[in-house]
Write a protein that binds this ligand. Structure first.
Ligand code: DGT
Ligand code: CA
Ligand code: CA
Length: 543
């Protein structure tokens, strides 16, 4: 496993600190470099070992940044970053989690008011000190106060996509430890929750002490938080990792227990009780012939334990995928054999929401289509941002630019092995109006409309209005939430979806959809196989 994420995080932190100090250009350069390193398919430390010239070959990484990367890989720190950290000792991540508070604001608040933490910020806002600052006002101060609670809740929770690479490193390490017989992730990361409090790792081993010793001696984590005979916690790239070691004979029951969620476990345990069974982290036990079932943890005859599948089977239910274990009816569905099919990586047939370098995407139309083809997609829609309400910084295309882009998309389509649809991501204003000219929308194959302003309160009415627009096919990110940043709008999805269905029926005949088009495209064997394999998964799902 590579340290790419770690290096990218440091460069992002560097960028934030420089931006807070009003340094120009550099922050952008550091962020571009960070993004590029996040996307690397090789390990950064391998390149660094070959020297700064090799590192500077990475896209968006110049000589100055490459020298810092090599310095970090060799010495474990970047002297210049340490210096800026001292000049600006603020909890940047926590503070910028508040919507509307960016690194620049953090810099000003530190310079003017000495704000370092969320608590400092709250005190300053409550005392009315923020609205007195140049460039701030009462509204900003009020927004900050309102955002603090949300930022607190988010505090310490890591995005799944950032936690997973760290978890992979832990798994890879433990796989190589001799005493480890089995290892799996548990907790919210196994359930693939959007944000992760800590990473739970479960090991099956006869020798807990050896596993804990190896784990706490591992040189990669920043520090060991605690260590016992059968468990240990470390901090790795800012994420807490909880390790627990159990007897291999009890691994399945422990995995079921430590995967959670707590409410799912309660529902499963109730089913066990109804069937005269006792379920806990040590196993599933038949207690029908036992006089005092509470006399110990391992009372009765063990009917499941080593494998998690055995636990669910012995309870007369289908195995419940971890993603479904949230007590939303999955236990009853598993008993009835009625669990839904989950999407797999092979299931999506195409992508109907993408941006290119025409707006704020990083890649060209050709590159996007090439990557989609390589991924196995049958179709790809190009839906760059249109300019309009909420589109800041000149990101979106105006109608004229969209008219220019249309033939460019058609041209790529003519050359491509997959279907390339011409589309747009238009903006929905506060009243539900859609930002692009109707005539232009009518010429496109697919129209995504998304809200980008006033992303709070109830958004159902404006979204329903947009969805009823005859040219709109998809409402994009309806709530506008941003994980760990803002909760977004509340939306009555049922009402929105029922409106949508009616609108679709009206327009179905008028416009071609990927499914309705004649199969004019040559497709690779791989695509055909994928398509056939997928038929039972039903309609494509778009996110
Ligand atoms: P997180 O870490 O906040 O994202 O959420 P989880 O679900 O990973 O929670 P965590 O790490 O506290 O515990 C992992 C699992 O262990 C949890 O999903 C269920 C189980 N568990 C932990 N503590 C308890 C408990 O007190 N009672 C029960 N029934 N289960 C527990
Ligand atoms: Ca956890
Ligand atoms: Ca935990």
């Amino acid at each position: 496993m590579s340290r790419n994420n770690e290096v990218a995080d440091l460069l992002d932190e560097f960028a934030d600190l420089l931006e807070a100090q009003d340094v120009e250009y550099k922050p952008r350069a550091y962020r571009n470099a960070a993004e590029s390193i996040d996307d690397l398919s090789v390990a950064i430390e391998g390149l660094a070992a070959d020297g700064p010239d090799r590192v500077a070959e990475i896209d968006a990484v110049g000589d100055a940044i490459s020298a810092k990367i090599v310095e970090y890989v060799e010495t474990g720190e970047i002297a210049e970053l340490e210096a800026v950290r001292e000049e600006l000792p603020v909890e940047m991540d926590a503070l910028t989690r508040i919507e509307g508070v960016g690194p620049k604001t953090v810099g000003t608040l530190y310079e003017e008011l000495g704000v370092q933490t969320l608590a400092d910020l709250e005190a300053a806002a409550e005392a009315g000190e923020i609205q007195e600052l140049y460039g701030f006002g009462a509204t900003t101060e009020q927004n900050i106060l309102e955002g603090i609670d949300f930022a607190r809740q988010a505090d310490g929770r890591e995005l799944l996509a950032r936690a997973l690479p760290r978890a992979d490193r832990v798994l890879a390490f433990l796989d190589g430890v001799t005493a480890v017989e089995r290892v799996e992730l548990g907790g919210s990361i196994r359930r693939r929750r959007p944000t992760i409090g800590d990473v739970d790792v479960l090991v099956g081993s006869e020798d807990g002490a050896a596993v804990v010793d190896a784990f706490t001696a591992w040189e990669v984590p920043e520090r060991v938080v605690e260590a016992g005979s059968e468990k240990a916690s470390v901090r790795l790239d800012g994420v807490r990792v909880d390790l627990r070691v159990v007897d291999p004979a009890e691994f399945g029951a422990a995995l079921q227990y430590f995967t959670g969620s707590k409410t799912h476990n309660v529902a499963v345990r109730n089913r066990a009780i109804d069937r005269d069974l006792k379920l806990n982290e040590y196993g599933l036990f038949d207690i029908s012939a036992v006089e005092s079932p509470d006399a110990g943890q391992r009372v009765g005859e063990r009917v499941a334990g080593p494998d998690e599948a055995g636990v669910y089977a012995a309870l007369g239910m289908e195995h419940v995928s971890p993603e479904l274990r949230e007590d939303r009816g999955e236990v009853a569905a598993a008993v009835a054999g009625d669990l839904p099919d989950l999407l797999t990586r092979a299931a999506p047939r195409g992508d109907l929401h993408t941006h290119t370098n025409w707006s704020d995407g990083a890649a060209s139309i050709e590159e996007m289509v090439g990557a989609a083809d390589a991924f196995g997609h049958e179709y790809l829609a190009i839906t760059d941002h249109a300019t309009g309400p909420g589109m800041v910084g000149g990101v979106g295309l105006d109608d004229e630019q969209l008219r220019e882009q249309l033939p460019a998309i058609r041209e790529v389509n003519d050359e491509a092995d997959i279907e390339v649809l011409a589309g747009v991501e238009a903006n929905i204003d506060t009243e539900g109006a859609v930002s692009v000219d109707d005539d232009l929308l009518a010429r496109l194959d697919i129209v995504v409309a998304s809200p980008h302003i006033k992303l709070d309160g109830d958004g159902t009415d404006r979204l329903v209005t947009a969805a009823k627009h005859p040219e709109v096919d998809i409402v994009g990110h309806p709530t506008g939430r941003q994980l760990n940043k803002r909760s977004g709008m509340t939306v009555d999805v049922e009402r929105l979806a029922s409106r949508r269905r009616r609108a679709r029926h009206r327009t179905r005949d008028k416009r071609k959809s990927p499914a309705a088009r004649p199969p004019g495209k040559r497709r690779s064997d791989r695509n055909r196989r994928r398509r056939e394999g997928r038929r039972r998964h039903g309609r494509p799902h778009t996110g």
